[in-house]
Ligand binder design. Structure first.
Ligand code: ZN
Length: 316
């Protein structure tokens, strides 16, 4: 049994390694050492920047596993890190709501390339928050949209270091192939859930883009940002939905307090409907560094697998 566990861990590591580094291993880096100091906010951006920048970039993410970007304020050390960066990538679309001033100062005051990668997405493909009149910033949940953000990262790096533009373009092409495969995987897997149960109930509204791209209904009691209070009526509505649709599972998120989700589970149980917490989804942050879930592709794969097995109720 122990041997089996060790073997499967090794298999996972090999799989994660081959998926995570394919773009870099096939294309030779023109840089003998990292020359470009890249700083990002969320890990999803950092991971894409690493795949595209390869051996020419040193990438630092300010926000690690479990960190909520909506509420994040820059520490003094973050500001120093940002000042030392050659190029900064952040999400934009109001994701890092409390860091906008810092980015504007750096962009306008220092003239440093400071790029909101999600704002490359055409307006007609953006969604707005159901609760506020603001754009929905969670675009990484649609893999095809995140491929556009990857293109913006490649553009930013190439503009900063035109000598390496061919290298970045080759890495982008290889990574885009991986994203295409991921997008197909997500679509095929979600389609396995019968339509009646193809409903994702989770703590906050990070999954609207996922919903549109992969055809699954999404309900979130917390609204679009984590700053809003959750109303009691909202929780009652969620419980009723679980009962009406006979949903077997509800999901928690790594960067959000699980209290709301637990209250809904308990409320449904009081009314005789058994609901399990179907697992942890990564919404606004990657998993731990060095794990498969610590990469963008790993994060989405994990979410898809967790949702499918939770809603099929087969514990596979
Ligand atoms: Zn969010």
């Amino acid at each position: 049994m122990k041997h089996l566990a060790v073997i499967s861990v090794i298999a996972l590591l090999v799989l994660a390694g081959s998926i995570g580094t394919a773009a870099q291993s096939e294309i030779e880096s023109p840089c003998s050492a990292p020359e470009i100091n890249v700083v990002t906010t969320i890990g999803m951006i950092a991971d894409v920047a690493r795949n595209i920048g390869g051996g020419c970039t040193q990438v630092t993410a300010l926000m690690g596993a479990g960190v909520d970007p909506h509420l994040y304020t820059a520490t003094e050390r973050d500001v120093e890190t940002l000042f030392e960066a050659d190029i900064i990538f952040y999400g934009g679309l109001h994701l890092e709501a409390r860091m906008i001033d810092v980015f504007e100062q750096i962009r306008d005051g220092m003239g440093k390339p400071t790029i909101p990668v999600s704002e490359v997405i055409p307006e007609d493909l953006r969604l707005t928050s159901p609760t506020y009149n603001q754009p929905d910033p969670h675009v990484w949940m649609d893999v095809q949209l995140w491929a556009l953000a990857a293109g913006e990262i490649a553009r930013g790096l190439s503009e900063y270091a035109p000598a390496y533009a061919d290298y970045f373009a080759a890495n982008l092409a290889a990574y885009t192939n991986e994203l295409d495969a991921l997008d197909t995987y997500a679509r095929e897997q979600i389609a396995r859930i019968p339509e009646q149960q193809r409903v994702l109930v989770t703590a906050h509204d990070a999954f609207q883009y996922f919903s549109r791209a992969y055809e699954i209904e999404v309900y979130a009691p917390q609204g679009i940002t984590t700053e809003s209070e959750v109303g009691v009526q909202n929780i009652r509505d969620m419980i009723q939905l679980l009962i009406d649709r006979q949903l077997p599972a509800i999901f928690v998120e790594s960067s959000i307090s699980p209290d709301v989700v637990e209250a809904i589970v308990a409320g449904a149980e009081d009314q005789g409907h058994e609901v399990v917490i179907g697992g942890l989804l990564f919404s606004d942050a990657l998993g731990d560094e060095g794990t498969f879930e610590g990469t963008y592709i790993g994060m989405i794969t994990h979410n898809v697998d967790t949702i499918v097995s939770g809603l099929l109720g087969d514990g596979e």
